[in-house]
Design a protein around this ligand. Structure first.
Ligand code: TXA
Ligand code: MG
Length: 327
């Protein structure tokens, strides 16, 4: 049984005993363990069915922890941390020896972020160690934005999930690294590129890998695997909703749209934000996708969202979940 709890002391007890616990963050729920416990870190990889070549993010409560985990921290990293921490920004930095190689998949760098969720901050503050946590979904499945969804994914496999409500941001943190003085975005996320650039100037965006399971040479953030965040229903990114629906009269079709309603009545539909607001759309994205996935449909279709600001990060996730289909 996986219980949903709201007492951070109980979560801390489990974590101190090398157990792993579901935790809320402002982005998505995580599957957390003591970063210094090999046993806990191993459990995370096993339970999540995550390949060990895909490294984990370390979650810290206070800025001081950064210098214990990483070295040679560039000025731009401090500027970004100053601007966005606590918040959905993950920094990739040269790691110190205290970070287990298992966490970083033997890479010389470590991913660090200071989350903004107050309950998680309280938990981190009573723990004598930072927490490593990947998103709390089985490998390649949709990231959970509620405690109930985590309990459903991992019932019988983890002792508890800490109830922290529906995640405010709804998509994962933006991952930023540094290469020869250049700021590089490895994963588009809850902080739009434009906001990162307002602090450090022009950034480059790492090439996305089109592979599903096999890491490619030079691939910096395996979270950029092409197939990721995927529903189990066939999900297609189409050019025209109406044309697709008309061409498939006997199929059960669900539509995921930004603000427009479906062109044909009687179609199952999730509108991300009727007002066309990106924050609301990202907040609702994974839960909407999950509801469509559970609606026993033949197809889920979308045309994406406007490709700017947070819309770009939303489209990034949609492009991993939906297969491009040209009619
Ligand atoms: O918002 C988030 O970041 C959530 C919450 C729980 O904090 N976490 C999350 O973790 O999305 P996960 O494990 O699902 O994604 C972490 C990403 C992976 O794509 C991983 O490859 C990348 O971070 N990563 C971790 N360490 C890295 C490193 N040293 N170099 C490059 N990428 C790294
Ligand atoms: Mg993930």
């Amino acid at each position: 049984m996986c219980s949903i709890i709201d007492d951070i002391e109980i979560a801390a007890d489990w974590l101190c005993k090398d157990e792993i616990v579901g935790i809320p963050t402002e982005t998505v729920y995580g599957l957390a363990g003591n970063m210094f416990s090999e046993q806990a870190v191993n459990k995370i990889f096993t339970v999540k069915q995550r390949p060990t070549f895909n490294p984990l993010i370390v979650h810290i409560a206070k800025g001081e922890a950064l210098s214990r985990l990483a070295h040679s921290i560039p000025t731009q990293a401090y500027q970004l941390a100053e601007a966005f921490w606590p918040g959905p920004l993950t920094l990739i930095l040269p790691k110190n020896p205290s970070v287990l190689p298992l966490i970083t998949a033997n890479k010389p760098t470590v991913a660090v972020r200071m989350p903004a969720h107050s309950l998680l901050q309280n938990l981190l503050n009573i723990l004598p160690f930072p927490l490593v946590a990947p998103s709390a979904n089985p490998f390649t499945r949709i990231s959970p934005t509620s405690a109930g969804q985590v309990a459903q994914y991992f019932d019988g496999q983890i002792p508890a999930v800490l109830e922290g409500g529906n995640c405010e941001k709804g998509i994962e943190s933006t991952i930023v690294g540094f290469e020869q003085g250049q700021v590089v975005i490895y994963r588009l996320g809850a902080i739009p590129v434009e906001k990162i650039e307002s602090i450090v100037g022009k950034v480059s965006i790492a090439q996305l890998s089109k592979s599903v399971h096999i890491p490619q040479e030079g691939l910096m953030a395996p979270g950029m695997f092409y197939k990721h965040y995927a529903p189990t229903t066939t999900a297609l990114w189409v050019d025209n909703l109406q044309a697709f629906i008309e061409a498939h009269p006997h199929k059960r079709i669900g539509v995921l749209s930004f603000q427009e309603t479906a062109p044909i009545t009687g179609i199952t539909q999730e509108v991300l934000s009727a007002m066309g607001n990106f924050d609301e759309a990202s907040h609702r994205l994974y839960a909407a996708l999950d509801r469509l996935d559970k609606a026993q449909l033949d197809y889920i279709i979308t045309t994406g969202v406007p490709d700017q600001q947070l819309g770009r990060s939303i489209n990034d996730r949609l492009s991993r979940a939906f297969k491009r289909q040209h009619q």
